[in-house]
Design a protein around this ligand. Structure first.
Ligand SMILES: NC(=O)c1ccc[n+]([C@@H]2O[C@H](COP(=O)([O-])OP(=O)(O)OC[C@H]3O[C@@H](n4cnc5c(N)ncnc54)[C@H](O)[C@@H]3O)[C@@H](O)[C@H]2O)c1
Length: 455
């Protein structure tokens, strides 16, 4: 089977660095033949990297989709608010779609997109990349294999990290929920997707609390100016002082988040961007409206509960999980790839073991040892050469999830082209489940009431 052809709408960080980059590394699997991107620098650079013909370079999704279908697949990696237009037009044009998360910024758009996809029978994958990590794959397998008995509760945390939160949700693209999507949907629809995937039954009710508690004018240090670069007296004591984050500590980094603030990543270029652009603003004097800490509780029909905590006030940028069952518990941490399984009943040979083989044996058994306590290494997500205290895990390919998703999307598309049965692991139904929970959680957060789910 030959490589599938793709068009990319939105050649920003995700479009270029995750999906475009995959095609450059695996040209025998997929190649990009068209791009729509309004930013001329990004468009030119992307077109040059992929050798895209001049007539297939467009300044907007409308222009690209006004042409007859140009490729097998269409990758939609536009900003959060710009989804329904390209998705609905794309499926009507007969493209197979890979759509960035959040899939839909509002329930109305979700409904419109779902109708168009159902009507056309289109092949649509959603970028819930974490399902494709070895780490969550291992947790799923342990639960499904009954390693801890009957599932009772999953507690998932998303530690965004103080610097990442300030970058994206105070100063950056997602600072205002009104212009993007609520933080829970933008950041944690992955986590909601993971919870519904791991628990695998319909959720029945949702409640949530959270607020913007710290990044407000009330907490500005005395004498703090509008911008860090305007001689802030708290430069030495404020963890969010922009020149320290973007120039000193990320000195050797030439990727996101530095590339989000400027295309000239020299120290002078960065300083100049901080003096004029959004990322140099005082975090206490920005126009941000997003909550900075939030908790969600989800009840499932069988009595299983899931809790999610997400927020800014963590040193690390990672996810952790605890899965509690009738016969044991699983705990894990995504950035180190460590998973520990502790069963309540002792077993012969009890002890801590390293276990890193995931393939089932010939009889389909998972190959887990019989011991009471297992320590499992799903493969560290971090690059040991990185500055551990100020890394950027989101751009580390989501612990292998970005490549895993692209590989699956391309593989299934190739099968489909060859007339074989093809099935995407994350599709419309998954996006609907996680997104309806997020919308309900936001309603609960505002009303203070538990929200019943009907679908
Ligand atoms: N799957 C994940 O884990 C993950 C991680 C980060 C971000 N995201 C999501 O991916 C999406 C893109 O995020 P990003 O960080 O790449 O943002 P970005 O701003 O770097 O990229 C978006 C690109 O879309 C372009 N664009 C704007 N209007 C357009 C139009 N009319 N036609 C075509 N292109 C247009 C912008 O110029 C920009 O280059 C967001 O929805 C974000 O929430 C997903």
């Amino acid at each position: 089977m030959g490589a599938v052809t793709l068009s990319v709408i939105g050649a920003g960080h995700r479009g270029a660095d995750a999906y475009g980059d995959y095609c450059l590394r695996f040209p025998d699997r997929a190649s990009v033949v068209a791009v729509a991107e309004p930013d001329p620098v990004r468009r030119r650079q992307f077109a040059r990297q992929h050798g895209i013909a001049a007539e297939n370079q467009f300044t907007s999704w409308e222009e690209l989709l006004a042409r007859p279908r140009l490729s097998d697949g269409l990758v939609i990696a536009t900003p959060d608010r710009l989804r329904a237009g390209p998705v609905v037009t794309g499926v009507r044009q007969g493209y197979a779609l890979l759509v960035e998360k959040p899939f839909a910024p509002t329930e109305e758009q979700l409904d419109a997109m779902a109708s168009a996809i159902t009507e056309t029978g289109a092949f649509v994958g959603v970028a819930h990349v974490l399902r494709y990590t070895k780490f969550y794959g291992a947790v799923k397998r342990l639960i499904d294999d009954g390693a801890i008995g009957r599932l009772v509760h999953i507690d998932q945390t998303e530690d965004i990290g103080y610097w990442h939160f300030a970058h994206s949700y105070v100063r950056g693209n997602w600072a205002r929920a009104e212009d993007s999507t609520p933080m829970l949907l933008a950041k944690s629809c992955h986590d909601l997707d993971l919870l519904t995937w791991l628990i695998d039954e319909p959720a029945v009710s949702v409640s949530s609390s959270g607020s913007l508690t710290h990044f407000t004018a009330d907490h500005a240090p005395d004498g703090a100016p509008e911008r860090c670069t305007d001689g802030c007296p708290a430069a030495g004591t404020c963890p969010f002082y922009a020149p320290r984050l973007y120039i000193e500590r990320l000195r050797s980094h030439d990727t996101w988040p530095v590339t989000a603030i400027t295309s000239d990543t020299s120290p002078q270029g960065r300083l100049s961007a901080l003096k004029t652009g959004p990322y140099g603003r005082c975090v206490y004097r920005s126009d941000n409206t997003q909550v900075d800490h939030q908790v969600v509780t989800i009840s499932f029909g069988s009595g299983v509960l899931a809790t999610l905590r997400v927020g800014a006030f963590t040193a690390s940028n990672t996810r952790t999980i605890r899965v509690l069952g009738s016969h044991g518990e699983i705990s894990g941490r995504l950035d180190t790839g460590e998973i520990e399984v502790r069963t309540f009943l002792p077993a012969p040979g009890q002890g801590v073991h390293e276990w890193s083989r995931w393939d089932r044996d010939a009889e389909g058994r998972s190959g887990l040892p019989d011991d009471a306590t297992w320590r499992i290494l799903a493969g560290p997500a971090t690059d040991p050469d990185r500055d551990e205290s100020l890394g950027h895990r989101e751009s580390d390919g989501h612990a292998g999830g970005d490549d895993g998703l692209m590989h699956e999307f391309v593989e299934q598309l190739r099968r489909r082209q060859a007339g074989e049965t093809a099935k995407l692991p994350t599709h419309l139904r998954d996006a609907e489940r996680s997104h309806r929970i997020a919308f309900a959680a936001e309603r609960s957060r505002h009303s203070g009431q538990t929200v019943e789910l009907t679908t």
